[in-house]
Design a protein around this ligand. Structure first.
Ligand SMILES: C[S@@+](CC[C@H](N)C(=O)[O-])C[C@H]1O[C@@H](n2cnc3c(N)ncnc32)[C@H](O)[C@@H]1O
Ligand SMILES: [Zn+2]
Length: 222
């Protein structure tokens, strides 16, 4: 509780200026904090840029998240090697919000338990990330369909990986959803996207990431 409050306090003290490490340290020193000293990365995560605020307050985005209805994208079956994926059905510009990673919000240990229970070789639909206050969380899209949209496939979970030609990236937001503020992940375009382009993000892992166990997953390095 105290840590969260301190992170928020430091982030708010930075105003519209993106926090700098020296500034974060200076504020903590001035406050005389010796324990629960906010880390720079947590303050950076908690700091809300004017751009982030615009997205978090956008009613159309909120509606899309709640209803799981996203414009301009469709599922496509790429065949056995890759499975399903997501393509653009309208052009997007760099910075546009494409869709969210929809799933049930779990704690990191709950997510890890879920991952350990997966059968070998099964596709993984768990997204691990750090929330606004530095809390380690997991979005579970493995449990499918989700309780809230039992008749829907959702897009975020179907996006494939590309380390070299990704065109979207996941960004953490805190959305004021009808059931309260919630750490959420939205995919933003990293460049202009044309109709029929596949939407891919960099999963952040490579073949060598799994102590030799992922060496057969050639697609991870593409
Ligand atoms: C989050 S799912 C993505 C959607 C998945 N293709 C599907 O059909 O549901 C992740 C899985 O998709 C497959 N995948 C993702 N990116 C790939 C790529 N570039 N090439 C081949 N398979 C890929 C892998 O099997 C991976 O475990
Ligand atoms: Zn749902």
């Amino acid at each position: 509780m105290q840590y969260e409050k301190r992170v928020l306090h430091v982030a708010a003290s930075c105003g519209r200026q993106c926090p700098k490490e020296e500034k974060v340290k200076a504020i903590a020193k001035k406050e005389g904090w010796l324990t629960n000293v906010p880390s720079f990365t947590d303050v950076l995560q908690a700091w809300v840029s004017p751009l982030k605020t615009a997205i978090e307050e956008n009613v159309d985005i909120m509606k899309s998240v709640v209803e799981q209805k996203w414009r301009g994208i469709a599922l496509k079956d790429f065949g056995e090697a890759k499975g399903k994926g997501v393509i653009a059905t309208m052009p997007f510009s760099k910075g546009d919000v494409i869709c969210d990673y929809h799933g049930k919000l779990l704690s990191e240990p709950e997510g890890k338990k879920r991952m350990e229970a997966l059968e070998e070789g099964a596709m993984c639909y768990l997204f691990f990330f750090k929330g606004r206050f530095g809390t380690k969380l997991c979005l579970d899209a493995q449990t499918f369909p989700c309780e809230c949209h039992p008749a829907k496939d959702t897009f975020g979970r179907r996006m494939n990986h590309s380390s070299k030609a990704f065109n979207v990236k996941p960004v953490v937001f805190r959305l004021n959803l009808p059931d309260g503020a919630k750490d959420s992940v939205l995919f933003l375009a990293t460049r202009d996207i044309a109709v029929n382009d596949e939407l891919c993000w960099d999963y952040g892992v490579r073949r060598a990431s799994f102590k030799g166990e992922g060496m057969d997953l050639e697609w991870l390095d593409d």
